[in-house]
Design a protein around this ligand. Structure first.
Ligand code: BES
Ligand code: ZN
Ligand code: ZN
Length: 498
């Protein structure tokens, strides 16, 4: 199943299309094709800033759209991703578009073409399945990126990569936007199975009985209040050109390719459980509390077509969190996969409980590093807002790789300290720990909780509670579930070094 309807191609000659996007700087001369002067543009409120667009009235059949690209030729690939997104929105009433956006800017052609393709695809995406009004979806179906012949090859390759990544992000957004009853843990696991088989991944699905047998008390405990059983999905990607020719020594087989494991929080709906969230319409977005798992699935789906050289494994931890007569209660003590015991002090701190089992299993696989991604704490959203996710971990070299990936894809991340002295806030009089700290440093105590299950493996944790949702369209972000972190994970998986 396709999640993006847009097809982006690269060509040397300008084809005939319904609309044309013409890049306009804020300082250099206005392209003659536009047929207007700088003064006329300025009078219409257009000054060429990145992300500005203006439909220029013209007598011909083709709609001309001015797209701001900032000063001179200084636009970065990130600027051009946002410019392309703005163009896609302005052109959304037209079926076809051509633009030279991918032939400008200071970054290399492949990178720019990838970013422009992503911007076009991400800003054209709508979760339209439940809208009767078919005009809700973008009409844009095809975009041709016109580039000089000498960069045709690299631009085509970049655009191909952009299409793979763009489709993955749209997929993650579709899953995260789906209402809870439309996507239960079982349905999500079924969809993950389809995705895996069409993208060259091995997939293993674990049902409730298996999870109980495996001692996964966290995910089983959280699931107790629900009539919908949990699922854990394990995805395995191995690079094809067997990089695994390295020496295998002793009992533990170390593949030559670096091995990364990604763990995603897949809370299909978070009501808070017995610690019920107050009734607030904004909590409808708690259907997207599986955004971490969606981002991991989406990122995994790209690896084969992108030719990722690393070995990557994923655990999607899927269940909802609901109150009922059988739900876990405050004071209950859960035994997690790694045998540590957890006293429940708030059933709404459920994400860490399901991640605990996923991280324990990941650590047992002895990878070179583990990254988890989760809509984990309101505290992180309160601290950093919607523009960036929080990053914490136990290994500065690996955290730096995560931060580098974040910069490369323009999904901002900010490191918070894993302040070990706060660990005592999790102390329990009856069990190894409580599932919540005190009132302060909620993002950090959540990470300290997760740290207990990593077995010392290099690990980084992404708390995406802030940026998982967008209230408005802006740049490549589209209102609703954002699938934040998908592109970061793709970049990390490709560039990971042990
Ligand atoms: N899923 C929420 C966190 C969240 C909040 C995600 C806002 C996205 C937007 C998580 O399960 C949760 O409820 N966390 C609690 C933890 C608290 C009880 C320690 C929170 O942040 O309030
Ligand atoms: Zn919760
Ligand atoms: Zn949650």
């Amino acid at each position: 199943m396709k999640h993006s309807q847009l097809i982006v191609t690269v060509a040397r000659d300008t084809p005939t299309t319904e609309a044309v996007g013409i890049p306009v700087t804020s300082d250099k001369s206005v392209p003659a094709d536009l047929g207007v002067s700088r003064a006329q543009l300025a009078a219409a409120g257009f000054d060429g800033k990145v992300g500005q667009t203006l439909v220029v009235p013209s007598s011909g059949k083709t709609t001309l759209i001015a797209v701001g690209v900032g000063e001179g030729n200084s636009a970065t690939a990130h600027d051009l991703r946002n410019a392309a997104a703005a163009l896609a929105r302005t052109a959304s009433k037209h079926a076809s578009l051509s633009t030279t956006l991918a032939s400008i800017g200071r970054d290399n052609r492949a990178e720019v073409a990838q970013a422009v393709t992503e911007g076009l695809m991400l800003a054209s995406h709508r979760y339209a399945a439940l809208k009767s009004d078919k005009a809700f979806a973008s009409k844009l179906k095809s975009v041709v990126l016109v580039v000089e012949s000498k960069s045709l090859g690299s631009a085509a390759n970049g655009s191909r990569r952009g299409t793979i990544v763009g489709e993955a992000v749209c997929m993650a957004r579709d899953f995260a936007n789906m209402p809870p009853a439309h996507l239960t843990a079982k349905m999500f696991a079924d969809r993950a199975q389809q995705v895996a088989s069409s993208t060259g991944l091995r997939v293993d699905v674990y049902d409730k009985d298996k999870l109980i047998a495996m001692g996964c008390g966290g995910i089983v405990g959280v699931n107790r209040g629900s009539v919908n059983p949990p699922r854990m999905v394990k995805l395995t990607y191995r690079p094809s050109k067997s990089a695994g020719k390295g020496k295998t020594s002793g009992k533990t087989k170390k593949s030559a390719a670096p091995h990364l494991i990604m763990v995603g929080k897949g809370v299909m709906y978070d009501s808070g459980g017995i610690s019920l969230k107050p009734s607030n319409p904004s909590h409808a977005m708690m259907k997207a509390d599986m955004s971490g798992a969606a981002a991991v699935l989406a990122a995994m789906s790209t690896l084969k077509s992108l030719g990722c050289k690393n070995q990557v494994t994923a655990y999607l931890m899927c269940t909802d969190n609901l109150p009922s007569g059988s739900a876990m209660a405050m004071g209950d003590v859960l035994t997690m996969r790694n045998k540590k015991t957890v006293e429940i002090h708030n059933t709404d701190a459920e994400g860490r409980l399901i991640l605990a089992d996923g991280l324990s299993l990941a650590a047992e696989d002895e990878p070179d590093a583990i990254v988890d991604i989760a809509t984990l704490t309101g505290a992180c959203a309160a601290a950093l807002g919607p523009k960036m996710c929080g990053v914490m971990g136990n290994d500065s070299k690996f955290i730096d790789q995560v931060l580098t990936a974040s910069k490369a894809v323009d999904e901002d991340a900010w490191q918070l300290p894993l302040e070990r002295s706060y660990r005592r806030m999790l102390d329990s009089y009856i069990a190894d720990m409580k599932n919540v700290g005190g009132g302060e440093a909620g993002a950090i105590t959540a990470a300290l909780f997760l740290d207990e299950f990593t077995g010392g493996t290099p690990w980084a944790h992404l708390d995406i509670a802030g940026p998982m949702w967008a209230d408005n369209d802006a740049g490549w972000l589209q209102r609703g579930a954002t699938a934040y972190g998908t592109r970061l994970l793709v970049n990390l998986a490709e560039n990971f070094r042990r």
